[in-house]
Write a new protein. Structure first.
Length: 495
């Protein structure tokens, strides 16, 4: 399909705008609404329910009652799996509509929504659905006189507070394992990208989720997010977002029922090329994706490129040449790999960092916003020749901005890679297997990708060290662990 066809679909899209509470789309009890706009055009897409504390109270009560009643929790895991797989199928069947909705609400290119966000969302739901009836519980080595059963029980009411950069994919990462384990799940999507989550809830209902298993409370973080955080009847919050708000969630928990908090936070990840890499072309291609994919609005963006001093000029030249592969423009035009920044506020934050970068580093390319309609477009921006204490090296920018740094040895490269308060991700390029193993062990990050930029796959757990978060992991069987409690039953045997 072409731009005109996607634009036509975007005008005809049908999607809910109410909060999804107790199996129905409803207005906020206060009647309040909030606007969500298309950042690539500035046009209003819809007004959605802006919920308050009273809506959160209602949803949590429904979630708790359902959990205690056991409709979903005690369902045979194979039956849960079948409903979840039907959900995955419906998401797959609605790929084009969901991709267009995601694109207009967030500014993401339709190319990426169709080729990455939607297929990965479907695959993630499928994987966790399948795991529902494949995980075995354990028995302890307690000897012949006793039986020690170790069971993983659903934790209860799960609340997920979401970011805006991968709305559908992050939702799938959270809700699929939580639902597969039998929990009641409440999602608060990010205010500026609310619509695709509401559509997911609609598809969940069509798939046969019992009322109240999956609820979506739309509204602002400071009201809905906080009300979930301090609620005394929520068992766990899975939070993905900024480090500052992550700290708030720890406070909310401390001030309420000590609910479990899982934090997936920001990053300032390194992309390291060791000195044995003769042909730089593969590393350059990956460095571009690591820096600019999703307009750099990516928690694993590699925004510190570290390589031997004597290869730096060549590497930068090759990066600039490959900008042709990273064309930016109307997100609904499938020829573009880069779209709009997500909001005016975020655009301004990124531009402030770029202006700061111009004072503390040498600008290689980019650095000025592009005038494309009334959208918020920032081209790939590369800096070099700064000190390691520069703001653009220390702070997460979350935009299409990267910095290239030179070192004189592999040891120096790894030391520089680790010189950050974050620890979410790192890329490491080398042709030497011994170096790959040795240095990936030394890098303090939750994921080290060797000779590729990626976050691993659905079978590898994902999460951060240091300020990038703690408390659990997304993806793989490890994601299920965070949504369960371990129950030990010790039975004395009279034999
Ligand atoms: P954010 O400002 O922290 O917001 C995240 C969520 O928290 C949103 O739903 C937001 O609601 C809500 N929120 C805001 N203020 C709150 C408050 N006072 N109390 C409770 N909830 C509140 O983060 P963001 O700007 O959306 O996302 C960008 C950040 O997320 C980056 O730092 C990025 O690295 C991180 N991130 C991490 C991962 C990962 O897996 N590690 C993945 C993606 C993003 P509103 O939208 O309504 O304000
Ligand atoms: Mg929006």
């Amino acid at each position: 399909m072409n731009k005109e066809q996607y634009t036509k679909i975007s005008k005809e899209l049908k999607f809910p705008t109410g909060a999804f509470i107790g199996g129905k789309f409803v207005d906020a009890m206060s009647g309040k609404t909030a606007a969500t706009v298309n950042p690539a055009t500035g046009e209003l897409i819809a007004n959605y329910a802006s919920c308050g504390v009273e809506d959160v109270e209602k949803a949590v009560k429904i979630a708790r009652d359902l959990f205690e009643k056991g409709t979903w929790r005690t369902m045979h895991p194979t039956e849960r799996k079948k409903i979840l797989l039907k959900f995955a199928k419906l998401v797959e069947e609605n790929t084009v509509e969901l991709a267009v909705l995601e694109s207009i609400d967030s500014g993401k290119p339709i190319y990426e929504c169709l080729n990455t966000d939607l297929p990965e969302t479907v695959h993630c739901i499928e994987w966790h659905s399948e795991y529902a009836d494949k995980r075995y519980d354990e028995m302890s080595p307690s000897g012949l006189g006793a039986l020690g059963l170790i069971n993983y029980e659903a934790i209860g009411v799960v609340a997920c507070v979401m970011p805006w950069n991968f709305p559908l994919m992050t939702a799938a990462w959270k809700i699929a394992p939580a639902l597969a384990e039998g929990n009641s799940v409440i999602v608060k999507p990010a205010g500026i990208t609310t619509l695709s989550m509401l559509k997911l809830a609609e598809l969940g209902a069509c798939a046969g989720f019992p009322e109240g298993v999956l609820q979506v409370i739309t509204g602002s973080g400071s009201v809905v997010g906080k009300a979930l955080g301090i609620h005394n009847d929520i068992d766990i919050i899975s939070f993905t977002g900024s480090t500052d708000i992550g700290r708030d969630f720890l406070r909310y928990s401390a001030d309420s029922n000590l609910k479990k908090i899982v934090l997936e936070l920001g990053g300032k990840s390194p992309f390291v090329v060791l000195n044995d890499v003769a042909d730089l072309s593969d590393a350059v291609e990956n460095a571009m994706a690591a820096s600019f994919w999703n307009m750099g609005q990516n928690c694993t963006a590699n925004s510190r490129i570290i390589l031997p001093n004597n290869r730096k000029a060549e590497f930068i030249e090759m990066m600039v040449k490959s900008l042709d592969n990273w064309k930016i423009g109307d997100p609904l035009d499938p020829q573009f790999k880069l779209g709009s920044m997500v909001s005016e506020a975020h655009f301004n934050t990124v531009m402030k960092y770029i202006e700061q970068g111009k004072k503390e580093a040498k600008l290689v390319t980019g650095g000025e916003p592009l005038k494309i309609g009334s959208g918020l477009f920032i081209p790939p921006t590369i800096f070099t020749d700064m000190k390691n204490d520069a703001t653009i090296i220390r702070e997460e920018i979350f935009g299409p901005v990267t910095a290239v740094m030179g070192v004189d040895s592999d040891e120096e490269a790894i030391a520089l890679a680790n010189d950050t308060q974050y620890g979410l991700h790192a890329s490491l390029f080398t042709n030497d297997l011994n170096k790959a193993i040795h240095y990936s062990r030394l890098i303090k990050a939750g994921t080290v990708a060797v000779n590729v930029f990626c976050e691993g796959d659905i079978t590898t757990p994902f999460g951060g060290y240091k300020l990038s978060g703690f408390g659990g992991r997304d993806n793989a069987k490890h994601a299920h662990e965070q949504y369960t409690e371990i129950k030990s039953t010790y039975i004395k045997l009279n034999i």
